[in-house]
Each structure stands twice: as structure tokens, then as C-alpha cells.
Design a protein around this ligand. Structure first.
Ligand code: LMR
Length: 331
């Protein structure tokens, strides 16, 4: 009679022991930028909050600066579940969906607040799910900021860019944007940009201030024109099967943490870019060119035909929804 009781107690003990020793879920979070950038800080904040609130249940390993995967292979690694979280820029999903190209259109969003409004409205939310057929789930949008044009010569008018070669992210929209200026482009992984500018393989680039400063691009680009001509934002993504395989109560906690981190990243991004702009000015290696309203209008006119070229790929409904967010009185 005693034997089964001992056995059950043993079993219960063994089960408790197993639960206590269960391996934590590991989330490898890989990205291509420095830690002192909006995305770099967001990844570290995510790690800290997860490990405070889900100790022993989830652990997060952050790999910055293309140290685990770079632009060439990070999305493939995500689909193989070799890495569980990424935040590529919205220009890097072109092979999965053309709809996200809306974010690359030049002079579409007046500023980051307008981008924010689009991302929060239904069309923007819908785009987070646009790659689930490829096992990629969008969890949130993270801001970096508006892009500036840098080059080895002063760019005041669109014609000043003619004949130069610009580094671009892998986006047909960006390719077309520069071809409207009579410039050529090379698609180069982010980790290689500094070297390519330094060697003269390309003569110009487009980046937000934080990426220019943290990659030291200002040391090899004597002119930066404050164009704010487009946005560079991110989609925080996970492998769909991995994400929905996480036990519900843990996933709910992770989603809450992502909301908090997203709020913090997006609150601080613009300020971080302004701090890095000031640091670049202070470094004294580049002249920052501010455009007059007429000059900025000339850039807008030169690049604007790109919208029409990509409207059918992106979808008229999405383009219209994005244009509407500039009308501030609608909020
Ligand atoms: C770029 O390649 O220029 C950016 O996408 C890098 C980044 O992640 O901010």
C-alpha cells in the first residue's frame, strides 16, 4: 500500500524539479546598428525588462553592430529560427512585401509625428501582418528618424547630386529616387557603409543623424544636407511559429514589455537624433547645409514622381492613408 504513495510523491517531486529546472526560452535579438542609437537602446531595454519580469523563463541575448547576422542574412536566419528577433529598417522587407515600400517614398511624410500617426492607424497596423505567409510577424514599429543626404560635395539643389553614386538600402524606391537626380546607386550592407564612403566606392549616402554619428560617417562625408526627405524606421519582427509557440501567459507579458519599450524608443528617437546632429556639428568635420524653403521644394519636385511609379505596387489605399496623416487637423 505504501509503495504507490511513495511513487506518487516521487513523481510530484520529480515534476516540480523538472519545472524548476526548465530551460528558459532564449530570444536572440540581432541588429546592425551601434548600441547608442534608438534601436540599439531599445534592444537593451527589452532585454532588461524581460529579464526583470520573466526571470528564469525568458532570456534575451542582444547582438549589435552586425556581430551575429548582417543585412545579407538576418532575415533568412529569422525564418530558420536561428535568431528570434530583429528590427530591420522598413526598406529591407521588399522581397516579402511591396506594401512596405510606402515608407521609402520621398517627401511623403512631413515629419516623424506624421509617420507615427500612419503606423497607429488601421492601414499601418495591417502592414505588421503583411509577411505572415513568410513566417515573419511584425510586433511593433520603432522610430529612428528622418534621413539626411551626405556627400563629398555640397548638395543644395537636386542637380548637385547628378553623377554621384549613393549607397542605398535594398529598395527599388530608393534606387528610383536617386535616378531622378541623375545619380547612380549601390546597394551596400549597413556594416560596409563607412568603408565604402571612405574608399570612395560611393560618394554619398542617406541616413538619420544617429546612424551618421554612430558609424562615424561624418568623418568621411564633408557635407551633410538637412533634407529630412524620407523616413528610416524599423519593424520589430519575430519568427511567426516561434512567437505563437511561446506559452500564452509568457507571450502576453512579452507583448506588454514590447509596448513599453516601443513607447520609450519612439519617445526618445527624435531627441537622440538631435543630440547626434549637435555632436556632428561639434566635431567640425562636416558642413551641415540647411535648405531654404525654395531649395527644399526643388528636391521635393525632383523626387516626387517616384510616388506614381510605385503606387500600384504599394496599393492606392495605403498611399492615400499615408498622405492623409499629414493633415494634422484630422487628429
Ligand atoms: C541602413 O541600412 O542604412 C539602416 O537600415 C541601418 C539601420 O538598421 O538603421
Amino acid at each position: 500500500m505504501i509503495k504507490p504513495i511513495v511513487t506518487i510523491a516521487g513523481l510530484v517531486f520529480a515534476m516540480i524539479g523538472t519545472a524548476a529546472q526548465a530551460e528558459p526560452i532564449v530570444i536572440k535579438f540581432s541588429h546592425v546598428v551601434a548600441e547608442d542609437t534608438p534601436k540599439g537602446k531599445g534592444a537593451l531595454l527589452f532585454k532588461r525588462l524581460v529579464e526583470e519580469r520573466l526571470p528564469g523563463q525568458v532570456s534575451v541575448e542582444v547582438y549589435p553592430n552586425s556581430s551575429l547576422y548582417g543585412d545579407a542574412n538576418e532575415l533568412e536566419a529569422l525564418s530558420n529560427n536561428d535568431v528570434q528577433m530583429l528590427a530591420p529598417s522598413l526598406a529591407k522587407f521588399e522581397r516579402y512585401t511591396k506594401q512596405l515600400q510606402v515608407f521609402d517614398l520621398p517627401f511623403l511624410f512631413d515629419n516623424l509625428e506624421a509617420v507615427n500617426r500612419f503606423q497607429k492607424r488601421s492601414k499601418g497596423r495591417q502592414l505588421l501582418r503583411s509577411m505572415e505567409k513568410d513566417n515573419i510577424s511584425g510586433l511593433a514599429y520603432w522610430h529612428n528618424g528622418m534621413k539626411q543626404l551626405s556627400a563629398n560635395r555640397a548638395l543644395r539643389l537636386p542637380s548637385d547630386a547628378s553623377g554621384l553614386s549613393f549607397r542605398i538600402q535594398p529598395s527599388a524606391v530608393l534606387e528610383s529616387q536617386f535616378s531622378r537626380l541623375g545619380a547612380s546607386t549601390k546597394k551596400i550592407a549597413f556594416g560596409e557603409v563607412y568603408k565604402s564612403l571612405q574608399s570612395g566606392a560611393v560618394q554619398g549616402a542617406e541616413n538619420p543623424w544617429s546612424n551618421i554619428y554612430s558609424q562615424k560617417m561624418h568623418q568621411v562625408q564633408p557635407y551633410i544636407t538637412e533634407t529630412n526627405h524620407g523616413v528610416l524606421d524599423y519593424m520589430l519582427v519575430s519568427n511567426t511559429r516561434f512567437w505563437f509557440g511561446i506559452p500564452h501567459h509568457i507571450r502576453t507579458e512579452l507583448e506588454g514589455i514590447i509596448d513599453e519599450v516601443t513607447f520609450e524608443v519612439n519617445r526618445a528617437a527624435e531627441e537622440a537624433n538631435q543630440v547626434d546632429r549637435a555632436r556632428i556639428l561639434q566635431a567640425g568635420t562636416s558642413t551641415i547645409i540647411e535648405l531654404s524653403p525654395e531649395q527644399r521644394e526643388a528636391w521635393r519636385e525632383a523626387m516626387r514622381p517616384v510616388w506614381q511609379q510605385f503606387e500600384s505596387d504599394i496599393g492606392e489605399d495605403i498611399l492615400k492613408a499615408a498622405q492623409a496623416v499629414n493633415r494634422k487637423q484630422r487628429d
